[in-house]
Write a protein that binds this ligand. Structure first.
Ligand code: DAH
Length: 343
């Protein structure tokens, strides 16, 4: 056997052995380059052809071609086997156990505050009210002055809040929306305005520095206290059930005259007195009154011609009462074990 033939056989043997040990497609590619590539060992043999006697050249060419064919076949074989292995591993890794119970997508649900607000909105929209939003960052002017709470009024102390500068603050109540709407002068007005309000209160079971109110305002010709009572009585019955009775106690708010607080008969004991209503049979629920003539004037309306009523209710208070929750903090902590109960 000539030296060249021996060399070609040796290359083929080496290639076959290394291909057999290749553990991946990349390795296989490397081997293809190192044996069959332009600078590969088999190609080197052909390049040495010039030193071979012309009559021997066809023979050498055949050896090289046979070896190339054998190596290529070996590579194809190995490639197919490796690909099969790869697919098997992937199928195993990505196997789906169709017998497993399905994982349900966990959909969220409304917060008790939102449920309560939807309920309040439903009731008032049903009576022809519009829902209007006002800004949470408000001018002192709207939050206080235009509501008949001048600069040195003691009521300002009760609602101490977060001032941004001397004129701008986080609103302490939704009542400034009343002034904003009246100023627009589109009459008559029948609106509620829900939203977030802020007070510099310490957090406890019944207080939070940020909570929600729903404001209500009706302005038209010939509105009386009877309209106020009738409307809020319907509201209470819709919210707490048809047996609910309402009671109005005189109160004071600077922007209404006369002013009142409305109590509802305890929906737990029906008014007999229980732990829930602290034995009184009544539960305080909102503030209300006839819009003060001075407020009407400051907002550009003629009190001789127009009048109306307003009310303000704490949204959390309604949620707490409706769901018999005894601590307001639960509404803000976002503990899913608590919130899940409202799905
Ligand atoms: N703004 C009042 C408060 O935060 C609540 C209120 C009382 C609103 C009487 C009204 C009203 O519109 O007529 O305490």
């Amino acid at each position: 056997m000539s030296e060249i033939e021996q060399k070609v056989k040796e290359i083929e043997r080496l290639a076959s052995e290394q291909i057999g040990r290749a553990d991946g497609l990349e390795k296989l590619n490397e081997l293809r380059v190192s044996f069959l590539g332009k600078k590969g060992s088999l190609t080197q043999v052909l390049k040495a052809m010039k030193d071979v006697a012309p009559e021997d050249r066809p023979k050498v060419g055949k050896w090289v071609n046979d070896a190339r064919a054998a190596i290529e076949a070996r590579m194809e074989e190995s490639k197919a086997a490796l690909e099969e292995q790869l697919m098997a591993a992937r199928l195993k890794a990505e196997a789906i156990d169709v017998t497993l119970p399905a994982r349900k997508p966990s959909a969220g649900h409304r917060h008790p505050n939102s449920i309560a607000l939807d309920e309040v909105e439903r009731i008032f929209i049903g009576m022809g009210y519009e829902v209007i939003e006002g800004p949470e960052i408000e001018y002192d002017e709207y939050n206080f002055t235009k509501l008949n709470i001048p600069a040195n009024h003691p009521a300002k102390d009760e609602q101490d809040t977060f001032y941004i500068n001397n004129e701008i603050l986080l609103r302490t109540q939704t009542s400034p929306v009343q002034a904003r709407i009246m100023e627009q002068g589109k009459l008559p007005i029948r609106m509620i305005s829900p939203g977030r309000v802020f007070r510099s209160d310490e957090v406890d079971a019944t207080h939070s520095p940020s909570f929600h109110q729903v404001e209500g305002l009706v302005i038209d010709k010939g509105i009386t206290f009877a309209d106020l009572k009738g409307t809020l009585d319907v509201f209470a019955k819709e919210l707490f059930g048809p047996e609910t009775k309402t009671k109005f106690r005189p109160h004071h708010f600077p922007f209404t005259e006369p002013s009142a607080e409305m109590d509802v008969s305890c929906f737990k004991c029906g008014g007999k007195g229980c732990r829930f209503c602290k034995g009184s049979g009544w539960i305080e629920i909102l503030g209300c009154g006839m819009v003060h003539p001075h407020v009407l004037e400051m907002c550009g309306l003629d009190p001789q011609e127009y009048g109306g009523f307003a009310f303000g209710v704490g949204l959390e208070r309604i949620a707490l009462l409706k769901y018999e929750i005894d601590d307001m903090r639960l509404l803000y902590e976002n503990d899913v074990r608590f919130l899940r109960q409202f799905s």
